[in-house]
Design a protein around this ligand. Structure first.
Ligand code: 5GP
Length: 288
């Protein structure tokens, strides 16, 4: 059957809206290319012209992505070549985000730094020294553990209930998460991605399971392991800190042995003899 004939007026109208749609698409591409629009914000764009835009075309507007790389990224995210923005599913968007984190020369300059090591080794003392340094951004994890005296919600952690943590897991809101000494801890994904896209070096201060997840998913991440000068020193520090119950201290010490034996999986090992020295070693690893 032949398509219905359009009157001259309807044809002119259709022509005008096609021109407008093309203009909108090219404006969006230019803004993505210059970094004025973050590609992932476009998945929520309600304009028909944007929903009908081919994802492959948009990806190629990102600096550093050519047709081959766009094809590869889409294949790895299990998105068909002809898919338009409006047809990309939630899981596919998440897969794409992972691809962006994985990409070498990704459209970001910041590095993803993982600082790990046994509880009590001084990781947070080291990373806290970099708060306020404009080259770094320290991720604030969500946790289900009780708040310690002196800790602040939203600064040391986002202290959340088990129900909220479950919801964050089910909505894929974590870059990684793990259980540790009776509580759960996770890195909120969105804040990390936003900081990286601003060119900041992002620091995650996390335990071993989480570090392994980051290693698997973000090939560009730099993993640094902090070791104590000796086992005795670690136990003394952990006990002296006095923040934990007897049960939690024991759980942490058992876990510490396991973590110490995994140091070789990391890109660098720093022995924390002295905090300021460890901070400057960490900075030079991050910025080299
Ligand atoms: P604490 O209870 O002493 O603050 O933290 C316990 C352990 O959980 C530490 O080794 C800390 O590095 C780790 N941790 C903190 N936040 C996260 C996170 O978001 N993910 C993972 N995997 N570990 C975390």
């Amino acid at each position: 059957m032949l398509p219905p004939r359009l009157s001259d007026r309807s044809r002119r109208k259709a022509g005008r809206s096609a021109v407008r749609a093309r203009q909108e698409r090219s404006e969006v591409k230019a803004k993505v290319a210059s970094g004025q629009i973050y590609l992932f914000d476009l998945f929520g764009d309600e304009r028909d012209s944007i929903k009908r835009m081919k994802l492959a075309d948009l990806l190629q507007a990102v600096p550093g992505i050519g047709s081959k790389r766009a094809e590869l990224i889409m294949a790895r995210s299990e998105i068909s070549k002809s898919r338009r923005l409006g047809g990309v599913g939630r899981r596919q968007i998440e897969a794409l985000r992972q691809e962006f984190l994985l990409m070498k020369n990704a459209p970001r300059e910041g590095k993803l730094l993982v600082v790990s090591g046994p509880s009590g080794v001084g990781k947070s003392t080291i990373t806290n020294k970099l708060r306020g340094d404009e080259r770094f951004w320290i991720s604030v994890s969500a946790t289900t553990r009780e708040m310690r005296k002196g800790e602040k919600d939203g600064i040391d952690y986002h202290f959340v209930s088990n129900a909220i943590f479950d919801e964050m897991v089910s909505t894929n809101a974590f870059l990684e998460w793990a259980s540790f000494a009776g509580a759960r801890y996770g890195t909120p994904r969105l804040a990390v991605e936003q900081a990286l896209s601003k060119g900041l070096n992002v620091i995650l201060e996390i335990e071993l399971d989480g570090a392994r997840q980051v290693r698997k998913n973000s090939k560009d991440a730099l993993l640094v392991f902090i070791e104590p000068p000796s086992w005795e020193e670690l136990t003394t520090r952990l006990i002296k800190r006095g923040t934990e119950s007897e049960q939690s201290t024991q759980a942490r010490l058992i876990r510490a042995k396991e973590e110490l034996s995994a140091a070789a999986e990391f890109d660098h090992v720093l022995i924390n003899h002295q905090v300021d020295q460890s901070v400057s070693e960490l900075v030079s690893l991050a910025l080299r």
